[in-house]
Ligand binder design. Structure first.
Ligand SMILES: Nc1nc2c(c(=O)[nH]1)N[C@H]1C(S)=C(S)[C@@H](COP(=O)(O)O)O[C@H]1N2
Ligand SMILES: [Mo]
Length: 468
């Protein structure tokens, strides 16, 4: 005699059909981000065992190298991921389902037995309860990992605003490392889990969709639904059909929503809903931003030579000796020599240059505050400062608060030596409250304006504000 047994609660199915797909979106967009740098690797010292990810991996999966799009997706879907995660946790809490899902003091011993059983190392009876210890540990650790991914993600997305958090996690580079290995952890989980599902067979999979399974009538603890025998089989069939229909409709509407999202008109190279999400994130950062919020500073002996990254606007026909800084404001155009600039108060700082591609370096800079320069030049108050290379090929825009931040420097020295041409001689910007791409090398023109100045990388899909 068989009976229809309720196998999986709403929370468990929610977890599988909503949390997991969202996690996949985060992993997918993360994959678009990780190609960009060589810091993600498995190895010891200088020898690398595996590089994340080798080129063949991207070719195999057909993943494009799209850092900007990956970030836009990541910072758009992070909201869905976070909000859904919070709702899920609230639901399991309020419904009391957490009791089945959270490990208790027996879970660990039980998990060990499950492991021995699964590996065929020992013939052991598995407990007949709803979730065994191994499953409880798995569910709960994925949720904790999700929370940890959010926290480490925030710490690397906004490492200046959330400097306390980043410091707590061991600093920017550690937080990035943690974020990455959590992602690898999901992949390991997923691979093991898929193997288990395949081994467990169709009925287990069906139960995860329909929530119900057939059970021998005598199983203790089985929640009898009334239907037994043929009636139970019939009832399960009906439920299965309905559940797969719902799942199919859900998948189809998710696919539709994705298509809709990706086919929207673009602003600065990303579909407008994602651009708006980036701008929303920007405005949150901005509200959190203040002059008092300084990027962390380091001891000078930690400074290293940063790699040379990006040579847009650094054409070779440049004559450093003839260089002058052209300043454009409402009052007209004025030019300044390097000597004029060096007469301002010299400022030194050791800060972290963080490239959006994922690498970072602690560098010792010397120069003058843009704020001091502006005070000397005395522009009519404007909302933005635009900076461009002499040939106009690279250009960045800064909101005035960021431009006048005490750590925003016009630099002429790097690690105690004059700037080299490839690091931006004769004068470059360094602003540790933003990603490195705002730190324009070889400034030719500085424009005080009320209109948001063009920004080379924002036009190519990145966040404009890029505040940390
Ligand atoms: N003129 C110019 N400035 C630039 C770039 C560039 O391509 N051209 N690249 C930016 C980027 S993406 C980074 S990370 C930093 C790197 O500075 P570095 O080459 O001195 O390490 O410079 C920024 N400033
Ligand atoms: Mo960069």
């Amino acid at each position: 005699m068989t009976t229809l047994e309720k196998k999986h609660s709403l929370a468990v199915r929610w977890f599988h059909w909503i949390n997991v797909p969202l996690l996949f979106l985060m992993l997918w967009s993360g994959l678009l981000i990780y190609w960009a740098n060589d810091v993600y690797r498995l190895g010891l010292g200088d020898s690398t065992l595996i590089h994340f990810f080798p080129d063949w991996f991207y070719t195999l999966l057909g993943v494009p190298f799209q850092l900007a799009q990956g970030m836009a997706l990541h910072f758009f879907f992070m909201w869905f991921f976070a909000i859904n995660g919070a709702l899920y946790v609230a639901y399991t809490w309020l419904s009391g389902e957490w009791r089945y899902l959270v490990p208790n003091r027996h879970s660990f011993a039980e998990a060990l037995r499950v492991l021995l059983h699964d590996l065929h190392l020992k013939r052991v009876e598995l407990p007949a309860r709803k979730f065994n210890g191994a499953q409880q540990i798995a569910y709960t650790s994925i949720i904790l990992m999700g929370a940890a991914s959010l926290v480490t993600g925030i710490a690397i997305y906004k490492p200046v605003q959330f400097a306390w958090l980043t410091t707590l996690l061991g600093g920017y580079e550690w937080a990035r490392w943690e974020h990455f290995w959590l992602a690898m952890g999901y992949v390991v989980f997923f691979v093991i889990h898929i193997a288990q599902v395949i081994r467990a067979g169709w009925n287990t999979f069906r139960a995860m969709v329909a929530g119900y399974d057939l059970a021998p009538a005598a199983v203790p603890g089985a929640v009898a639904t009334g239907a037994t025998g043929d009636a139970a089989v019939q009832a399960l069939r009906g439920r299965t059909r309905r559940s797969f229909l719902v799942l199919g409709l859900g998948a189809a509407s998710a696919a539709g929503a994705w298509k809709w999202l990706m086919s929207r008109s673009t602003i600065g190279d990303v579909p407008y809903p994602m651009r708006h999400a980036l701008e929303f994130n920007e405005s949150l950062s901005r509200h959190y931003f203040s002059d008092a919020r300084l990027a962390p500073v380091f001891a000078r002996e930690h400074a290293v030579e940063p790699k040379v990254n990006g040579a847009e606007g650094l054409s070779s026909d440049f004559e450093p000796d003839a260089w002058q800084l052209r300043v454009v404001g409402r009052g007209g155009v004025r030019s300044f020599s390097l000597e004029d600039i060096k007469r301002l108060a010299r400022v030194e700082m050791t800060t972290e240059l963080k490239c959006i591609e994922g690498w970072s370096a602690i560098v010792h800079w010397a120069g003058v505050r843009l704020r001091d320069f502006a005070a000397m030049y005395h522009p009519i108050a404007t909302r933005y400062v635009g900076l461009a290379t002499p040939d106009g090929a690279y250009y960045v825009g800064l909101d005035m608060a960021s431009a006048l931040h005490p750590q925003t420097l016009l630099c002429y020295e790097i690690n105690g030596a004059p700037l080299s041409l490839e690091h931006g001689a004769p004068l470059r910007l360094v602003t540790p409250v933003k990603y490195g791409l705002k730190s324009i090398k070889r400034i030719g023109t500085m424009t005080f304006t009320d209109e948001r100045p063009p920004d080379f990388w924002a036009e190519r899909g990145y966040d404009y504000y890029l505040g940390h």
